[in-house]
Design a protein around this ligand. Structure first.
Ligand SMILES: [Zn+2]
Length: 212
């Protein structure tokens, strides 16, 4: 029941997509710093998931530090986590059409529009999964884990449904037809790879890119 919400690590195609290390919040390479402090006990470099999780955690701690009014981890609630997710939207690269846009519901708009770029639901879902794990690994108690709060689950569901409508891309329920779901995930993954490849070759065009 509980586990149904979070980003389920390895099998989730979205888990590999890094949340941009939020330039403002994490200025220096957080991963290299944490690798540097190894005291001989942890020689193996952390996996991609582990280092992403560490980066996300540092980003969140930095966010708390800069929060006005100041906020401590102990006083952090689901509402604050939602606030954090909304804050991340400004670094998003996913075009989410507003209801008045002629391309609302079009997965492949023929022309650019002025709709905002946001964090894709899949990125947020995977991020919350990583932060939820990090919270407990850093001594937080499961009962008070703000990343597991009901409000956060509801918010993520609303984002998913809203983006599915706005982008014309349905997100499948976890308990859907297994094979069909797998094929759709595969397709989505290929599609994403395609967009990443396309945008990375033309960094200068980033502002005009229609992030599908
Ligand atoms: Zn639009």
């Amino acid at each position: 029941m509980e586990s149904a919400s979070g980003g389920t690590g390895a099998s989730d195609p979205n888990s590999g997509e890094p949340i941009p290390s939020t330039a403002a919040a994490a200025p220096t390479g957080a991963s290299s710093a944490s690798q540097g402090q190894a005291e001989g006990s942890f020689q193996a470099p952390p996996s991609r998931y582990e280092s992403q999780k560490r980066r996300d955690w540092n980003t969140f701690l930095q966010y708390l530090k800069n929060h006005k009014p100041p906020l401590t981890l102990a006083r952090c609630s689901g509402a604050h986590v939602i606030e954090f997710l909304k804050y991340l939207d400004q670094f998003g690269k996913t075009k989410v059409h507003i209801t008045g846009c002629p391309y609302f519901g079009h997965p492949n708009p023929p022309a650019p529009c002025a709709c905002p770029l946001k964090q894709a639901w899949g990125s947020l879902d995977a991020l919350i999964g990583r932060l939820r794990a990090a919270y407990e690994e850093n001594g937080g108690r499961p009962e008070s884990n703000p990343f597991g709060a009901r409000a956060v689950r509801i918010y993520l569901r609303e984002v998913r449904e809203g983006q599915a409508k706005a982008r014309g891309i349905p997100y499948e329920k976890k308990n859907g037809n297994g094979l069909l779901q797998l094929l759709r995930q595969l397709f989505r993954l290929m599609f994403r790879y395609h967009t990443v490849a396309a945008t990375s070759t033309t960094p200068a065009a980033a502002t005009t890119t229609t992030a599908v």
